[in-house]
Design a protein around this ligand. Structure first.
Ligand SMILES: Cc1cc2nc3c(=O)[nH]c(=O)nc-3n(C[C@H](O)[C@H](O)[C@H](O)COP(=O)(O)OP(=O)(O)OC[C@H]3O[C@@H](n4cnc5c(N)ncnc54)[C@H](O)[C@@H]3O)c2cc1C
Length: 239
């Protein structure tokens, strides 16, 4: 499958292409599949960083459909990693439901970058959901002793089965049911964040695109969180 104009742009941006092979596909619930992959040489070539994600190319009726997924427990020596697919109606989700050992998928590595802040923040203030849960776990694992508050949006009762667990330090997990297209999460975080913020806290936000944008603007413009202590990336687009 060609990657169309998106693939051409990524090539110009020095994206690196790899082919992954499915090793296993575990159905954790009707909302979550955990796949493991052989990395096609990727991890040795690119190295690994916290919250690392790659662009996968799915076939959508002959047309390229590119979506981002986060590496779980990448192991460069073994050349393997996992991915957790939070399922809904969508081409990537359909592929993950049906994937079998030996299936292959093409991937491009471009755009993922994250470095643990130095010096370490006083605390992590995290906003996310099932799509960003693998990234949240990776973030918490990368700063295991840093206290964290996680506002975690759940859209389905089964989302509560797999909540962030990473790291070993003090963790306060605040489940927030998804209501009003993310409006309830926005209200909850706008109310709580100012009370948790201090001069060296780090704010990390990854939920649906509109909610992410609203909360990032709130943190930066209204609370004055500087850009170097704020990471925000929309992980999915709500209809
Ligand atoms: C950097 C990055 C890393 C990511 N890592 C992961 C990961 O590790 N695991 C993971 O599950 N997702 C992850 N995502 C999110 C994933 O890429 C999106 O959910 C993507 O839209 C799924 O594609 P799709 O083809 O299944 O659905 P699409 O064709 O994009 O959308 C189909 C329909 O499903 C809805 N939809 C899409 N995503 C979601 C969702 N998450 N929740 C509810 N409804 C949704 C859309 O609104 C639309 O109605 C990541 C995204 C980014 C940007």
């Amino acid at each position: 499958m060609g990657h169309g104009w998106q693939g051409a742009v990524l090539k110009l941006m020095r994206g690196k292409d790899f082919t992954f092979t499915v090793r296993s596909n575990e159905r954790l619930s009707e909302r979550l599949h955990r796949l493991s992959f052989d990395d096609g040489g990727m991890l040795q070539a690119t190295g690994v960083h916290p919250t690392m994600w790659v662009r996968l190319w799915f076939d959508n009726g002959g047309r390229p459909h590119q979506r981002a997924y986060t590496l779980v427990e990448p192991d460069p020596a073994a050349g393997t990693f996992g991915m957790d697919f939070a399922l809904h109606s969508g081409c990537a989700s359909d592929w993950a439901r049906a994937a079998r050992p030996g299936d292959t998928i093409e991937a491009t590595v471009q755009g993922s970058q994250f470095a643990v802040p130095d010096p370490l923040p006083s605390r992590l203030l995290v906003v996310g959901d099932a799509a960003s849960r693998p990234a949240i776990d990776s973030l918490l694992d990368a700063m295991p002793q840093t206290p964290a508050v996680i506002w975690y949006e759940t859209a389905h009762p089964r989302d509560g089965d797999h909540m962030p667990q990473g790291g070993g330090g003090s963790r306060e997990l605040v489940p927030v049911p998804r209501r009003d297209g993310g409006g309830h999460l926005v209200e909850t975080v706008r109310e709580a964040l100012p009370k948790r913020l201090d001069d060296s806290a780090y704010v990390w936000i990854a939920c649906d695109t509109a909610t992410t944008r609203t909360l990032a603007a709130f943190a930066h413009k209204q609370l004055g969180v500087p850009k170097e202590r704020l990471y925000a990336l929309g992980y999915w687009r709500a209809d």
